[in-house]
Design a protein around this ligand. Structure first.
Ligand code: FAD
Length: 302
């Protein structure tokens, strides 16, 4: 497969790196190696996806790696986008924005903060690429990114462009209903709900609150478990609260620790591997099930 991947280097706007150290490619900084294909423009993306599919090579999209646990070594290559675009779009507020999937949410938050874009406060503090955030319908208790998206442009695994018009069925909780396996989101059209000076204060206060309550400076993958909605009584069971009540906050295993700041976060305090994290997740899941009767699902992808 190595030769097949390396042959993609002949496409303009493609860089293939074999057996790359991917530690810095996920926010949890797990020890991970794999083949990485970086794609810099749409034409290259169409050629790469089509070529990989024709060769029966399954690829995995990698955004900011903020919701992914990378295994120590992966047989399938990772695909990452790095599209250039005209950043002067951020010099002034626009009515709408057509942006590449590779732009970071931090860039968008900083723009929203500067000009008071109403609606954009919903993704304050979420580490993500725009593509990864759309895939996950990322959000906070202020709302979800899906409410701001009007269109999503994809390339399918066969290298075909597809435009998705977003409607009320396109997103659900931390989920999109339109990306099929092998589809790559490369661009999206976003709107806001007007200019409101109060947004700047809202973003600042929300960031302060997050910094106080979550381990944002540590190496984590965000929340480990999804909260559980009890359909019988409508009550939301918060995994972090249960882990805390069970006295497991601060629990350590090798270089991993359940965050003393927020029990649904796991901090990597040194050299940790995928297997270490999975071991800790399994222990927590069993303990949670035993104590609460609830089978908590992981939010992080593994
Ligand atoms: C400290 C911390 C705090 C967090 N807080 C929150 C929070 O408040 N709310 C929240 O919702 N999440 C939160 N997260 C989780 C994470 O930030 C989100 O899930 C985010 O959407 C992941 O984006 P990403 O670019 O890192 O995607 P990745 O983790 O790289 O990928 C996530 C999924 O999206 C797919 N994907 C990525 N890019 C594309 C693309 N271009 N086309 C198709 N598929 C793609 C990947 O294959 C994968 O399946 C937090 C994480 C951390 C580390």
């Amino acid at each position: 497969m190595k030769e097949q991947l390396l042959s993609l280097n002949s496409i303009d706007g493609v860089e293939v790196e074999i057996n790359k150290d991917l530690k810095k490619f996920s926010t949890m900084r797990l020890d991970a190696f794999g083949d990485l294909i970086t794609v810099k423009n749409l034409e290259a993306l169409k050629l790469v996806t089509k070529s990989l599919t024709q060769k029966n090579i399954t690829y995995r999209l990698l955004g900011w790696g903020a919701n992914m646990l990378l295994p120590a070594s992966s047989t399938n290559p990772y695909l990452q986008l790095d599209f250039d675009f005209d950043r002067t779009i951020f010099n002034n507020p626009q009515n709408e924005y057509v942006l590449p999937a590779s732009v970071s949410l931090a860039t968008l938050t900083s723009h929203a903060n500067k000009f008071g874009l109403k609606g954009w406060e919903v993704f304050t503090g979420i580490p993500a690429s725009l593509g990864g955030a759309i895939f996950m319908n990322a959000g906070t208790n202020l709302g979800e990114i899906g409410t701001l998206i009007k269109e999503v442009s994809l390339v399918t695994k066969d290298g075909v462009e597809k435009l998705i018009k977003i409607d009320s069925h396109s997103f659900s909780y931390r989920h999109n209903n339109f990306v099929n396996p092998g589809d790559v989101i490369y661009q999206a059209r976003l709107v806001h709900f007007g200019i409101d000076e109060a947004i700047t204060k809202k973003i600042r206060e929300y960031l302060e609150m997050r910094t106080r309550t979550q381990p944002l400076k540590e190496w984590t993958c965000g929340c480990i478990f999804k909260n559980f909605q009890n359909l019988n009584n409508g009550i939301t069971c918060r995994a972090g609260l249960f882990i805390d009540i069970m006295g497991l906050k601060g629990l350590s295993y090798k270089n991993l620790q359940i965050s003393p700041k927020h029990a649904n976060f796991m901090e990597n305090r040194g050299e940790s591997s995928y297997d270490d994290v999975m071991m800790m997740i399994t222990v927590l899941q069993k303990e949670l099930k035993l104590q609460t009767g609830v089978s908590f699902e992981t939010e992080v992808e593994h």
